[in-house]
Each structure stands twice: as C-alpha cells, then as structure tokens.
Design a protein around this ligand. Structure first.
Ligand code: ASP
Length: 341
C-alpha cells in the first residue's frame, strides 16, 4: 500500500496535446507575435489552455471537451498543457504571471476558491490577478473505493474508517483540490483523521484506486463514471442533493446518511488580469458556442454533468461565483483548522 507522498510543489509540465487545428487563420501555429494582442487579429498563434492537474483526470477531460469547439469558433489552435502541483496552485500561479495577451488561459475549478484559506504564501490573488472568462460546468463528486474494500455502504464506510483510522488511506489531488475538500468534509462529518495520499491529479489517483494501492477517495463523475459503471470501483454516494442521471443506482450522501457531505465542483476559465477586454470577449463568445455544442452536451451528460446555462458563461457570473465561494469555503476551512504546511 502506498503511504509516501507524491506531492511535489515544483512546476511540472507533463503533457502537451494539440486538441484542434483549424486552418482558417494565417500564421496559425507558427507566429512569434507576443503581447499586446487585441481582438482584431486574435488569435494569430497557438492558445495554451493550462490545466493545473494531471492529464487524463476530470479537469483535463472537461478542458479537452470544450477546447475543440472553442478553437473552431476562434479560428485558431488550442494546445492543452498540464502544469501540476500543490493542489492546482502551481498552474494557477503560472497563468497569473503569464503575458496578458489571451494566449495563456487557465481552466480551474472550485480549488480557486479554497486555496486562499489554505495557503499562507499563495503567490496569486484569485480575484485580483485574473480576469474571468466564464463558468463552464458544475460536476458532482462521488465517494468511491477500491472494489474489494470491505464497507458496502457509506454508513459502513464511516464505521470502518473510525475503527481503522491509522490503516485506511484516502487519496486526493493535493491540498486545495476538490478531492481534498471533499475528503476534509468527509473526515469532519465522520469525526476521524485519516492518512491522506496526495497525487498531482485524480487521474493517477483513480488508477491506483482501481489497482488497489489506496482505499478510497472523492472524485468528479467526469473521472469516475466509467469505472463505476464497469464495476472497477465501488461507489458509495454522489455528493449532490439529487442523484446523477447517468448513475441512477448511486444514492446521494443525504440518502446514505451523511447530509453534511455536499460539494459540487464548478469549473471556469481565466486569463491574466490585464488581458484586453476584446480578447476576453472573444474567448467568452467561443466558450458559449462550445457549451451549446450538442457533442459537448452529450459527452458531459454521459459523465454525469452538463454545461452551465449561457448566462453563467460570462465574466460577471464567474466573478460573482468565485467571490461567493471564497467566502463559503474560507469559513469551512478556517473552522476545520486546516492549513497547507
Ligand atoms: N479531481 C481533481 C481534484 O480533486 C483534479 C483533477 O485531477 O482534475 O481537484
């Protein structure tokens, strides 16, 4: 059983994947133009979408889903880059300091609102250092375990971890990640402190869960749906008030007797603060087109989620959500007395 930390705070770039190539615009992919872009000629070189977690995980999956129709709308090419580490804060910090020209875009999730309360020396300020592009989707989480883990229900899981606290391992994607937050809520509700095993994303964590190297974890349905349906992991509950249509047999945490465990993972796109407004507007328009794309809607539905309504795919709605969530989770984290070391 893995007990050593896989947490690394250093900048790690693991993969670069070209997700779409649209030949319409001259100079695509080869331009050396930098800075000062305005909407007129934008884009005239590759746009990089930074994912602050591992390739193959849920944040990465959602990013790749929308990147293709966004690239088509923008008439350019989008490259997805995974910049992992420290629960998503390494990638976010890198985008905060990037050239504000619309060519570096961050896809982040609820972790944007938990990091300020957890990290004393966070090197960016979510509300001040970024311009919001729009919200993307809100994804339920599932509480899942290796398939041969003894507890059969969420109640049994609580009893089991209480009786075996020093032995049970709980995987997450680093301090500040959605899985960390959900694990924190679980431990608070169960009144137990477990051994946490941090990864750089829940893609690799799920691989280890399927392989039996860790006991259980929380993760978005965009990562766990396939394994739940295939019976490769055991699902105890979904963390939303309603059941998830594509996982009809999985009870909600309320039905399963742990109503305190409620979290859904909202995602949004960000650019550095000083990005020109006309460039931001082009990105927002492209996001709206991607979220209305039937292929994207179908892919998301299969994985237990849906695009946000068009009115939420805007900078204003996104900023309001981030502001509200920083307040909500800041209080939960302060009450729990958790800090990143
Ligand atoms: N699901 C992860 C989290 O816990 C992130 C990821 O790998 O996409 O935040």
């Amino acid at each position: 059983m893995r007990t050593t930390s896989r947490y690394r705070a250093a900048r790690v770039i693991t993969a670069i994947g070209v997700v779409s190539l649209v030949a319409a615009c001259s100079g695509t992919g080869g331009s050396t133009a930098t800075g000062g872009a305005t909407g007129g000629g934008y884009p005239d070189k590759n746009i990089t979408f930074v994912v602050p977690f591992s390739a193959g995980g849920p944040t990465d999956t959602v990013t790749r889903m929308i990147a293709e129709p966004m690239a088509a709308k923008l008439g350019g090419k989008i490259v997805v880059q995974n910049v992992e580490g420290a629960g998503g804060t390494v990638g976010a910090g890198e985008v905060a300091r990037a050239e504000p020209d619309g060519y570096t875009v961050l896809m982040h999730h609820i972790g944007m609102s938990t990091a300020p309360a957890l990290y004393q020396n966070l090197d960016y300020k979510p509300l001040e250092d970024f311009q919001m592009v729009g919200l993307v989707t809100e994804v339920p989480m599932t509480v899942v375990a290796r398939k041969d883990f003894a507890p059969k229900t969420l109640q049994e899981l609580v009893a089991h971890v209480k009786a075996n606290a020093s032995k049970v391992t709980l995987a997450n994607a680093g301090i500040g990640a959605a899985s960390h937050l959900c694990g924190l809520l679980f431990q608070t509700a169960a009144g137990v402190k477990l051994q946490e095993v941090p990864y750089e994303g829940t893609g690799p964590a799920l691989t280890d869960l399927v392989g039996g190297q860790v006991d259980f974890m929380c993760d978005q349905t965009t990562n766990t749906s396939g394994q739940i349906t295939a019976g490769e992991v055991k699902a105890y509950a979904v963390t939303t008030p309603e059941r998830v249509k594509s996982l009809p047999d999985v009870p909600t945490t309320t039905e399963a007797g742990l109503p305190q465990l409620q979290v859904s993972v909202w995602h949004g796109l960000y650019v550095p603060k000083a990005t020109p407004p006309d460039v931001v507007q082009k990105l927002t328009e492209a996001l709206k087109v991607a979220l209305a794309d039937q292929k994207v809607i179908d892919q998301m539905a299969k994985l237990g989620t849906a695009p946000v309504p068009a009115e939420d795919a805007t900078p204003e709605a996104h900023r309001a959500k981030l502001q509200e969530q920083i307040g909500t989770w800041g209080k939960v984290i302060a009450d729990a007395g958790v800090k990143a070391s």
